[in-house]
Design a binder for this molecule. Structure first.
Ligand code: BG6
Length: 489
């Protein structure tokens, strides 16, 4: 671990307080940070270090009350020692003055690496990078971490990337997709490429379909303004869902070198069959939640959320059938879906295998004939291979059981959260779990006709009741192919 300075732009924002600082605190507590590593939060609030810490602690207590990972709460020796690393500086990305002070503050500390985490709105990325360069903070030991969404479409994302590239080389740019930092996603790589047993089966001869779901119970919370301009396709599908698809579908990279991995992911994105307007009509579903209930608690409809337009056409749910046109995956549908205010919080990848060619044993009603590999990312983490085996007794009666390929629940090993892993990677200079520019452009390129066809068609998203699995059209998307979503099967 090098001596580092981590500068967080947007340091008083939601992401910094809810994810980044807690992740850094956990790394500190696990003794994974260099003793002389420092964290400098910057923001426009006119507060000092003490004010910033007071704000964090107040939020930490609030989060502890609602059951989220807190950021200390006093009386904890690790939290107290963590605070020694923290500082706050008032910096306005549109003004010169704060950057001089930032550069001066960093120059007094002989750090080997400076990581600038841009947890701000993307339109500030270019001005921040320009200011960093102006005050000499674009040297080779400086890295920038860019939060998603990077732009609104292919053109705006390219414009931001061009602007950042004026000051930083591609190997200094860390585009974060926190889903790649989740433990089961890493484990999927290990299982696929560390064994001889799985890889031969992950192809069209064996796989019937792949389903990738990221369902949230949360609504848009305090992010109505952002979300109403963005929608589920840009917020989740263009990034997280397509990255997960790449992890399932990519060929084995020759090495663990960052570019070897990213080259393979790029090939998958390039092989995605382009969406014609007809495909968009047939293979995509957009939905928007109406009032309903989550955990028995009434929740408002999307259009009644704060800062959302009364007649908003923004989708809070999207389901897509994607096809990968290559030898390995031709003909295997990849169903992707994500939504806010769904029946439960669930992120999972389900790989359904074909049924056995000849059924020898009677199969009780309701028992699926399809073996499946289920990688659950949330709410719990697990990787399970579901198989049919014999129920003890004098006749062969099948039942379903699973092989637990992770055994996490029974182990006491420490598991890092996604942001912790990715922050440590950025400090170490490991780019493998960050998205390269060409990958990101390719993902935008693929979603472009969906965005265009939706906006040209001017059709309202299909309503669904909050607390359900999305509009009925989502089930119909699969039933046309004789398939059902995992929870409906
Ligand atoms: C973010 C999206 O990238 O991911 C949010 O902008 C979403 O809208 C979040 O809520 C989900 O992440 P996680 O890790 O909580 O499933």
């Amino acid at each position: 671990m090098p001596v580092f300075d981590l500068v967080i732009f947007g340091g008083t924002g939601d992401l910094a307080c809810r994810k980044l600082i807690p992740a850094l605190f956990n790394a500190h507590r696990a003794r994974l940070l260099h003793a002389r590593g420092r964290i400098l939060a910057t923001g426009t609030e006119p507060i000092d270090r003490a004010g910033f810490i007071a704000m964090l602690e107040a939020r930490g207590r609030q989060m502890a009350q609602v059951g989220e990972a807190g950021t200390g709460g006093g009386a904890d020796a690790d939290w107290d020692s963590f605070l020694h690393r923290l500082d706050y500086l008032q910096v306005d990305a549109t003004q010169d003055s704060g950057f001089e002070a930032l550069a001066a503050g960093l120059s007094g500390h002989a750090s080997e690496v400076v990581v600038c985490y841009l947890a701000t709105a993307p339109h500030l990325f270019a001005p921040i990078c320009a200011q960093l360069a102006r005050v000499g903070l674009s040297k080779r030991n400086v890295r920038v971490v860019l939060e998603k969404p990077l732009g609104h479409d292919l053109e705006s994302s390219e414009a931001i990337n061009d602007a950042v590239a004026r000051f930083f080389e591609e190997d200094q740019i860390y585009r974060i997709d926190h889903y790649l930092g989740k433990e089961p996603v890493q484990n999927l790589m290990a299982i696929r490429f560390g064994n001889i047993l799985f890889e031969p089966f992950l192809r069209r001869e064996w796989v019937r379909d792949v389903q990738i779901t990221i369902a949230e119970e949360l609504g848009v919370e305090q992010r109505g303004t952002f979300y109403d301009r963005t929608g589920a396709l840009r917020d989740m599908l263009q990034s997280h869902l397509l990255q997960l698809l790449c992890m399932v579908a990519m060929e084995p990279p020759a090495t663990l070198d960052a570019d070897a991995i990213r080259d393979e992911k790029l090939k998958v994105l390039k092989a995605l069959r382009p969406m014609s307007p007809r495909c968009v009509a047939e293979r995509t579903v957009r939905g928007q939640y109406r009032q309903g209930a989550i955990d028995g608690r009434p929740v408002p409809g999307y259009r009644d959320e704060p800062d959302v337009a009364a007649h908003s056409q923004t989708e809070t749910f999207v389901a897509v059938r994607a096809d990968i046109a290559n030898w390995r995956w031709a003909g295997v549908p990849f169903y992707l879906r994500t939504g806010k205010r769904m029946a439960s919080r669930l992120a999972e990848i389900v790989i359904h295998f074909h049924r056995a060619p000849h059924e020898l044993f009677p199969r009780p009603p309701g028992l699926s004939a399809h073996n499946r590999l289920v990688i659950t990312l949330q709410p719990d983490e697990s990787i399970r291979l579901y198989l049919l085996t014999k129920t003890p007794g004098d006749t062969i009666a099948l039942r379903e059981t699973y092989l637990d390929l992770d055994l996490a629940s029974s182990s006491s090993e420490r598991r890092a959260d996604a942001y912790e892993r990715l922050l440590l990677d950025a400090i170490h200079g490991r780019l493998g779990l960050f998205v390269r520019r060409d990958e990101q452009a390719q993902a935008w390129h693929w979603v472009k006709p969906i965005l265009q066809t939706w906006s040209a068609g001017n059709q309202a998203p299909k309503p669904y009741t909050a607390g359900t699995w999305g509009p009925a059209a989502s089930s119909a998307l699969l039933s046309r192919d004789g398939v059902a979503w995992h929870e409906e099967a």
